[in-house]
Ligand binder design. Structure first.
Ligand SMILES: Cc1cc2nc3c(=O)[nH]c(=O)nc-3n(C[C@H](O)[C@H](O)[C@H](O)COP(=O)(O)OP(=O)(O)OC[C@H]3O[C@@H](n4cnc5c(N)ncnc54)[C@H](O)[C@@H]3O)c2cc1C
Length: 474
């Protein structure tokens, strides 16, 4: 039997600062810090391709911060714990809670198994500002509308706890039988990821730097700016938050601490409110574990969804002939991220103009997003469809051309991802198919060759979607 250890199980908390469970393990004694890539219990929610790439880099960074003492494993977490217990004198296991239904089920089983062996589990809240079960209505039922959830539920509850400081006294044990990060095989065999990662700095330090940059350069134009995909007004913290390289508590308190002399209260409150939307997604998932699969509004179960592989592929590849849609899908493909406004517009286009089931979009985002997150992604797709809790009504169909003219008036965002349209006068970039032939010719564009014809007529498809919707609701 080797040394007596307290295991800290890193999961969605890949950081050393403001990590309550890691702090507890460090204070209890010698820490065996572990990460388990558990694609067995995850089932169909095993990490998508982009997430695995992020994870590889994030673990590399974490391992460096731990002086190379991180022990990694791949497989069923319960079996790995059984095996660790047979080789180490495990005095306790510390973790920060996860909220996805499959993780809750798995962790409950592991906690029971450890309890039967008299090994205590110390669990903490490391990734939500408020526990889902704490924010409920006065009759203990979950909120179904965001504004009262946030204003009456969250803001009237205790304020988010202050970040905890990290200890410098921790000492570690490493399992020589563990895998290296490379042996987890997270990177793709065909290396499509190399350019994508250049847009990001994964890891705790990268997350802290991103926050600092945003607080200095983005926060003061957040309200208004957050809807403009061509501006640098959003934080792009979502993948860092998803992997727990930074906690929402650190972000919340850093934003609140910005002097309101330089940044109006309006922007700070607006930004924190978006963190509230993240909380609301987790609240929805906690109380509706079927959120990733099942329409919350059952009337959508009868919707006659279309099935057209060519159209789905055109949407995925950013070849729909509608520039804002194509720019968004290419941003996703090239950077592993898509601006929130554009997520809403490409989602509406898929579900309403093309009338494809939202599962197609949810799965594609799951595979391509660096911030792919079960709670936010499921809630986001149900919101876009109108099938979810406090969702956009189905009849509110975004017109991608009007959205583009309003939120990307100079086409800065579109041209970044569709440089082929550069020579078109700006007023025609939003809908090249409406440009006169001589304008297209002068810009060197042949529709169908240099840039696609639209795969669907926006007005007709909108009308058809509304007809179907009213037949369902009547
Ligand atoms: C169809 C669809 C799918 C989505 N899938 C995901 C996903 O898989 N993972 C994910 O993290 N977000 C998802 N979102 C929510 C949102 O688009 C992203 O959180 C946001 O774009 C992240 O960018 P940011 O960090 O610059 O946001 P900022 O505007 O800087 O906001 C700060 C943080 O607040 C949270 N936040 C902001 N907007 C939202 C929102 N609408 N819903 C929930 N949380 C929000 C995020 O954690 C974000 O990092 C989805 C939205 C839609 C419409």
């Amino acid at each position: 039997m080797s040394a007596s250890v307290y295991i800290h199980w890193f999961r969605q908390d890949l950081r050393l600062n403001d990590n309550p469970a890691f702090l507890q393990a460090s204070e209890l004694g010698c820490v065996l810090p572990i990460y388990i890539f558990d694609d067995i219990n995850a089932g169909e929610y095993a990490m998508g391709s982009a997430s695995r790439v992020w994870l590889h880099h994030s673990l590399t960074s974490l391992s460096e911060s731990l002086g190379g003492m991180l022990s990694c494993y791949r497989g069923d977490a319960s079996a790995i714990f059984e095996e660790l217990i047979s080789r180490f004198d495990v005095r306790g296991v510390c973790w920060n809670r996860c909220y996805e239904p499959w993780r809750i089920a798995r962790d409950t089983g592991i906690k029971k198994m450890l309890g039967e062996k008299d090994i205590p589990v110390y669990s903490y809240n490391g990734s939500l500002l408020w526990e889902p079960w704490d924010i409920v209505k006065s009759d203990s039922s979950p909120y179904r509308v965001f504004t009262p959830y946030y204003n009456k539920g969250c803001l009237q509850y205790e304020p988010p706890r202050m970040p905890v400081t990290k200890t410098d006294k921790a000492h570690f044990e490493k399992d020589n039988a563990s895998k290296t990060i490379d042996e987890l095989s997270l990177l793709p065999t065909i290396r499509w990821d190399k350019k994508m990662v250049l847009h990001w700095k994964m890891g705790e330090l990268g997350a802290q730097n991103r926050l600092k940059t945003f607080l200095h350069e983005g926060l003061n134009s957040y309200i208004g700016g957050r809807d403009m995909p061509g501006k640098c007004s959003v934080s792009r913290l979502s993948p860092h938050l998803h992997f727990g390289e930074i906690s929402p508590h650190q972000i919340w308190h850093a934003a609140q601490a910005v002097s309101t002399g330089t940044v109006e209260k309006l922007h700070i409150e607006g930004f924190c409110r978006e963190l509230g939307w993240r909380e609301f997604s987790y609240n929805q998932l906690y109380f509706n574990p079927e959120l990733p699969k099942k329409n919350i509004r059952p009337m959508f179960d009868d919707f006659p969804w279309e099935s057209n592989d060519a159209q789905i592929e055109a949407w995925q590849r950013g070849e729909t002939g509608i520039p804002l849609i194509d720019a968004g899908m290419r941003e996703l493909w090239q950077t592993g991220y898509m601006h929130n406004r554009v997520r809403m517009v490409v989602g509406s286009f898929l579900v309403k103009n093309l009338r494809m089931h939202w599962h197609h979009g949810e799965r594609w985002f799951w595979d391509c997003l660096f911030d792919a997150d079960l709670a936010n992604n499921s809630a986001g797709w149900q919101w876009v469809t109108g099938s979810g809790i406090d969702a956009a009504p189905y009849f509110r169909i975004f017109n991608p051309v009007l959205q583009s003219k309003k939120f990307d008036p100079n086409a800065d965002y579109i041209l970044k991802y569709l440089p082929v349209l550069t020579r078109l006068p700006v007023e025609h970039i939003h809908a090249p198919y409406e440009a006169p032939q001589d304008v297209l010719r002068n810009a060197g564009i042949v529709l169908g060759e240099d840039y696609p014809h639209p795969i669907v007529d926006l007005a007709t498809s909108r009308k058809r979607a509304l007809e179907i919707y009213s037949s369902l609701s009547s």
